[in-house]
Design a protein around this ligand. Sequence first.
Ligand code: SF4
Length: 113
Amino acid sequence: MTKIKPKCFYKMEAAVNAQGFLLPCCWCDQPWTLEQEHFKPLVQDKFHLSKVKNINEVIYSDEWQTFKKDLQESNIKKLPPVCIKQCEEKEGKNKQSKIQRYIDKNSVRDEVR
Ligand code: SF4
């Protein structure tokens, strides 16, 4: 059974895309994810950042909480493929993700977590 270990619960930070929507992580900012049946409710017009007073209105909405529950329960049928690709829990060996951190304008350090 496919199990998800959502990095957005402990490592990845939320993102804001160029269209002005909050996303659970930057990996979701792809048309095939934004248009996915069960992801689409997260980016409804009413959640556009110009229409909310603060991001709590988005994060604690029923739609976002339903998505969170689907992640917690590894409800694969309701999750976009990106969540399986990026956050599937691999027995004995979780995928490593490479994060680049910019130390200063002249050097880049690669960090593996
Ligand atoms: S890909 Fe899905 S599960 Fe992974 S961090 Fe992003 S929203 Fe969370």
